[in-house]
Design a protein around this ligand. Structure first.
Ligand code: 48F
Length: 262
């Protein structure tokens, strides 16, 4: 049987639009496919919730791939090691001390694989450029192709509805920035604004990532490095336990809410 290019094209187009249409209404829309966003997607999907992840880049994984200064290994502490084991990543204890290393590529791939296997859907090459809001609650996201932004073309976006939005865009806090700019959104921080991250202090930063994982505006939860940046906490560098634990935490918090609503 000869291959027909039109059938190949039709298959892609039909399947993609089926997929996108299916996710125009979700329980949780996660912005950013870094370690915290992917862990949240995995945990929420495993609980049976409908989860879509939107990633601006072509590849998932955010800051995982580069390890520390392009040495593609990451470090986690005991609690983070538990989560890496759960997703099947091989870990190595360093010098008998409570530092565990893992191959950055393996972490990125397995995190995404687990999220997908659990039923989450990842849409890459799509960026979130705005939110949808009703009566001071975020009820959805406004999406566009990353290529549109890159080219500077004037193309209007499309929107989707989500019961909860997760801000997982890392250092950038892209979702909260736009909410601040366009809505004057008052966040649950001391100043009501994104405070911005502080310099490196791994130990404190790792704890704060989890503590600051919370709802910062009605309908919007913050996780990972975005939580530190929002609340003005330190950065931690290439130790990733906090990112994974924060992803797990945000999933727990949202799952509790969603279960109450059923
Ligand atoms: O930065 P990123 O990996 O976030 P994270 O989960 O993890 C932080 C660590 O990688 C590292 C660290 C150490 O522990 O400090 O930096 O907090 O992933 C964020 C993802 O969000 C995407 C971006 O491309 C990246 O993959 N992103 C950013 N802005 C947007 C976006 C946007 N507007 N729409 C969609 N995706």
């Amino acid at each position: 049987m000869g291959l027909d290019e039109l059938k190949i094209s039709r298959a892609i187009i039909e399947r993609f639009f089926h997929k996108l249409t299916e996710y125009l209404e979700t329980d949780v829309a996660i912005v950013g496919a870094g370690p915290s966003g992917l862990m949240a997607a995995y945990k929420l999907a495993k609980e049976g919730f409908k989860v879509a992840v939107f990633e601006r880049r072509m590849s998932i994984g955010g800051g995982i791939w580069g390890g520390g200064m392009m040495f593609n290994e990451i470090v986690v502490q005991e609690e983070g090691a538990r989560l890496l084991k759960e997703i099947g990543v091989k870990i190595h204890q360093w010098n008998g001390q409570p530092y565990y290393t893992a191959d950055a590529v393996e972490v990125a791939c397995l995190l995404a694989a687990k999220a997908l296997e659990a039923g989450a859907k990842i849409f890459n090459l799509i960026m979130v450029e705005d939110v949808m809001v009703r009566e001071e609650r975020v009820v959805g996201l406004v999406l566009n192709w990353t290529a549109t932004e890159m080219s500077g073309l004037h193309v209007d976006p499309l929107a989707l509805r989500a019961k909860y939005v997760v801000e997982a865009t890392g250092h950038e806090t892209a979702v909260l920035n736009v909410m601040q700019k366009k809505l004057g959104a008052k966040l649950k921080t001391e100043t009501g604004l994104v405070i911005g991250e502080k310099s490196m202090w791994a130990e404190v930063a790792e704890t704060l990532t989890v503590n600051y994982t919370q709802e910062v505006y009605p309908g919007v939860f913050v996780t990972g490095m975005a939580a530190n940046a929002t609340f003005g906490a330190y950065r931690m560098g290439p130790i990733f336990g906090g990112m994974l634990l924060s992803g797990e935490r945000v999933a727990q918090l949202i799952a509790e809410r969603l279960k109450k609503e059923i």
